[in-house]
Design a protein around this ligand. Structure first.
Ligand SMILES: C[S@@+](CC[C@H](N)C(=O)[O-])C[C@H]1O[C@@H](n2cnc3c(N)ncnc32)[C@H](O)[C@@H]1O
Length: 256
């Protein structure tokens, strides 16, 4: 059984991008016995498994039924900056396995003092499959940067404007910092361009990048269209990772 579980983990690890590999709290029960059998694994495998086993966010994600620990990055950002409200429309780019979508769907459909507000909607897109999430429309197996994918999102929105575009998209990492940085910035620009097209005046965009030489240019470009731009590194984002988020609020609108 243990060997089978390790095999499954190995398959997950080799098939998905590095970030998604971290996103397997769903399979936590499958690898909680792993330390007994770390011998024979590569050093990076051992480090990764050990980190998963000792990461409090992984355990918390499992307990609260989030599909991965990334959920807490969005939770921490939203708790601090209040970017998700009941009734909001959200486009979640790079959504698989779906923990941000879970958080967003829950928050835009939350009742309470805003109970009279109409339900919100989350449209989640990823090139990988996404298993069903209540309160969200899922577009798995789709490259968000493709014009056809964005046209499909526009069709689903049916003229409705969006309160926030989220991008946690991450390319398959090559391990070469500059290349990975350029690739993720390319994804962030794609989400930004889409956000400019579909956002309400006053809307927001949240973009994940891995820090590097293009970060300032991206930040300056965002500032042309949004009144408030800030760099956010939520506590759930690992300190040793180049990951950071650009949060832009108060979309100025496009001059026609
Ligand atoms: C860090 S994971 C996202 C985790 C997700 N936010 C969550 O909380 O479950 C990054 C995702 O970006 C997706 N991705 C990368 N490039 C993409 C693209 N061009 N179009 C759509 N998704 C993309 C990957 O497939 C991967 O699932």
């Amino acid at each position: 059984m243990l060997n089978m579980n390790l095999q499954l983990l190995h398959t997950i690890k080799t098939k998905k991008c590095n970030e998604t590999v971290k996103c397997i709290s769903t399979y936590y029960h499958l690898y909680k016995e792993v330390p007994k059998d770390l011998k024979g694994r590569s050093k990076s495998s051992q480090e990764w498994l050990t980190r998963q086993l000792t990461d409090p966010y992984v355990e918390k994600a499992r307990r609260l039924n989030y599909r991965c620990r990334s959920a807490f990055k969005l939770i921490e950002i939203d708790d601090r900056f209040k970017v998700l409200s009941p009734g909001d429309y959200v486009v979640d780019c790079g959504a698989a396995p779906g923990s941000w979508t879970q958080v967003a769907a829950h928050r835009v459909n939350a009742t309470g003092k805003d109970a009279k507000k109409p339900a919100g909607q989350v449209i989640a897109v990823d090139r990988n499959p996404i298993y069903p999430i209540e309160g969200a429309i899922l577009m798995g197996g789709v490259d968000f940067t493709a014009a056809s994918a964005q046209a499909k999102v526009l069709e689903l929105l049916n003229g409705k404007k969006v309160n926030i575009v989220l991008s946690d998209m991450a390319p398959n990492a090559t391990g070469v910092r500059d290349i990975d940085h350029e690739n993720i910035v390319h994804l962030a620009y794609s989400a930004l361009r889409f956000a400019l097209q579909v956002s309400y005046v006053g809307g927001s965009v949240l973009l994940k990048i891995w820090d590097g030489r293009e970060s300032n240019r991206l930040e300056q470009d965002i500032a042309k269209f949004y009144n408030h731009v800030r760099v956010v590194k939520p506590p759930a984002s690992r300190g040793d990772s180049a990951e950071k988020f650009l949060l832009a609020r108060m979309f100025k609108g496009l001059k026609t």
